[in-house]
Design a protein around this ligand. Structure first.
Ligand code: URA
Length: 434
């Protein structure tokens, strides 16, 4: 087989066979196909697309390019969730302990944040002592004993995707449904869970800007999951404002703990209950969605989810006293209030600008090697559809290093769109794709 013939085939809108896709992925991972040929193929795929069968074959080839985690020593159904990335998205940290309190097994690998989106691993590391690199043995043992473990990526998962994603990033070939779906799902399938729940974000702060594109991505990923023999569902949720009120690592952990104490923001808890109900149902098909929700609600009201959270923090080396003493989170002491310049109703809060404000204060990374100031960030005081008076508080900025404070304030003002007419409270969950 010659790569040039396969590029030509895709350029001419023909379908690639399983053998051809396997050859491309194996040879490229082994360094036998140069980046310039792979770039040409990616651009041909970008324009001429792949059908369902090609997309599944590409995903399986990338899954098989490295280690596939063996979670067979974990008893019971292993569930996993994945979000396509958002601002203020601390869902995993609220939902994980709740699911574990309901008897599920969450064996989760998470990533770090880059750009305006945060990463679960960074959030957890804002807890003093918390370790996010577990050995495979420790990971399996903890899930078996506690029902929850969250680690950074271990092993060599889907190395083909790593190489191809880096190339897509610099060849303007990221935004293609088959390429995004296969990239995400190859890693999820290599992580070894039995059941996968996907949270596909749509809106200004998300990869997918329109509901049509979000539906296409969700369907593509669900089909891949099912095609690979895993129970898979996707929830399409809105990201036209940050999720919850807190954006920034320690601030988000404080919001997580407050949520586990029953004081969570409405939108965050709605997403948590929706995702959680489907995850329980996928692991225990005999439980109805309504009963699953009741189980999750009981984990909050009876305090079992909070106890799980503390045990989880302790098991991974962190100080579980953060649950009672927020001063241990070292939230930045200097707080700047951003006040509204006008009266009206909040029509929109552009999430990526709020994420950007947090990042330039030091709460996120512009480059992979940047270090993070965990204590800084933004806390919103208003959400979309809220009424706001002139000089009323829109958001608080928590800052240590003031170098970029003025730009962060500008970001917050730009993020808030205030209009004279009131609007309806937004609907967070747009669709369920099964
Ligand atoms: N996240 C991924 O892992 N891959 C993509 O292609 C897009 C988002």
């Amino acid at each position: 087989m010659r790569m040039v013939d396969l590029i030509e085939k895709k350029r001419n809108k023909e379908k690639l066979s399983k053998e051809e896709i396997d050859f491309i992925i194996k040879s490229y991972t082994a360094g036998e196909i140069p980046d310039y040929q792979m770039s040409a193929l990616l651009m041909a795929i970008y324009f001429n697309k792949m059908d369902k069968e090609e997309t599944l074959n590409l995903t399986l080839a990338m899954r098989d390019s490295g280690d596939i985690l063996d979670l067979s020593e974990i008893k019971g159904i292993k569930v996993d969730k994945h979000s396509t990335g958002g601002v203020g998205d601390k869902t995993t940290l609220v939902l994980g302990p709740m699911l574990a309190a309901c008897g599920l097994k969450l064996a989760k690998m998470s990533g770090r944040g880059l750009g305006h989106t945060g990463g679960t691993i960074d959030k957890m590391e804002s807890i003093p002592g918390f370790k996010t690199s577990l050995s495979m043995e420790a990971f399996v043992k903890q899930v078996n004993e506690l029902g929850i473990a969250i680690t950074g990526q271990t092993g060599n998962l889907a190395p083909a995707d790593k190489k191809i994603y880096a190339l897509r990033d610099v060849t303007a070939t990221v935004e293609n449904i088959s390429l995004i779906a296969s990239s995400i799902m190859s890693k999820k399938l290599a992580s070894g869970a039995d059941s996968i729940c996907l949270d596909v974000k749509v809106g200004s702060g998300a990869f997918m800007k329109t509901i049509e594109d979000a539906k296409k991505l969700a369907s593509a990923m669900v089909e891949i999951g099912k095609g690979a023999g895993k129970s898979t569902i996707a929830i399409i949720s809105e990201m036209d404002e940050p999720l919850g009120l807190a954006v920034g690592n320690s601030l988000e952990v404080r919001e997580v703990i407050e949520s586990l104490k029953g004081r969570g923001p409405k939108d965050l808890m709605e997403l948590v209950y929706c995702l959680g109900s489907y995850m329980i149902k996928s692991a225990k098909p005999e439980v109805s969605l309504a009963d699953a929700r009741n189980m999750l609600e009981a984990s909050i009201t009876e305090g079992t989810a909070l106890e799980k959270f503390k045990a989880f923090v302790k098991a991974q080396g962190g100080d579980e006293n953060v649950a009672n003493d927020y001063s241990l989170l070292n939230i930045a002491p200097r707080v700047i209030e951003v006040l509204s310049k006008e009266e009206g109703y909040v029509a929109h809060i552009q999430s990526d600008l709020v994420g950007h404000a947090s990042m330039i204060l030091g709460g996120g990374r512009q480059r992979k090697e940047d270090t993070i100031d965990y204590g800084v960030g933004i806390e919103l005081n208003k959400k979309v559809s809220d009424k706001v008076l002139e000089n009323e508080l829109l958001a608080k900025i928590y800052v240590n290093d003031e170098t970029n404070l003025a730009s962060a304030i500008d970001d917050i003002y730009e993020a808030f769109r205030i209009e004279k007419e009131g609007i309806k409270e937004p609907v967070l969950i747009k669709e369920i794709v099964e």
